[in-house]
Design a protein around this ligand. Structure first.
Ligand SMILES: [Zn+2]
Length: 134
């Protein structure tokens, strides 16, 4: 699939296959002790969060009314359930520098810059964290 970086035309729904972009993800940080959520569920959660009213600044980058993530998550990124079954914590693993994104909102910001092919501009929590605990 050709990578789409031309967002000059406004569309109501922008379909994006994140697997088509260079993610810089690293699966060697995936946890052994947590249960992985399916990629479909991961994409559905990411799509839901990206289209929340608080994320309109991100949507503006894609020049659209809403984003629909199709295909697969970014290469070498995956969603895992937290250890406590009473809580609904989920963490996105794969960030090359930090261990994980603590929230889907934090990961949304990272995804924007993956798609814009300029991850160096990203200011998500793992990207700007200077203390890297591994
Ligand atoms: Zn980032």
């Amino acid at each position: 699939m050709a990578v789409n970086t031309d967002f000059s035309t406004w569309v109501e729904v922008r379909q994006i296959d994140l697997d088509a972009y260079n993610s810089y993800g690293e699966n060697d940080k995936f946890p052994d002790d947590l249960e992985q959520v399916s990629d479909d569920e991961f994409l559905a959660a990411l799509t839901k969060t990206m289209n929340e009213p608080s994320q309109t600044a991100h949507l503006a980058h894609f020049n659209c009314g809403r984003v629909e993530f199709i295909g697969k998550p970014p290469y070498n990124f995956a969603l895992f359930k937290g250890l406590n079954p009473d809580r609904n914590d989920k963490y996105v693993y794969g960030h090359p520098k930090y261990r994980y994104h603590r929230s889907m909102k934090s990961f949304c910001e990272h995804v924007v810059w993956i798609v814009l092919e300029d991850v160096a501009q990203c200011a998500c929590h793992p990207c700007i964290e200077t203390y890297c605990y591994m």
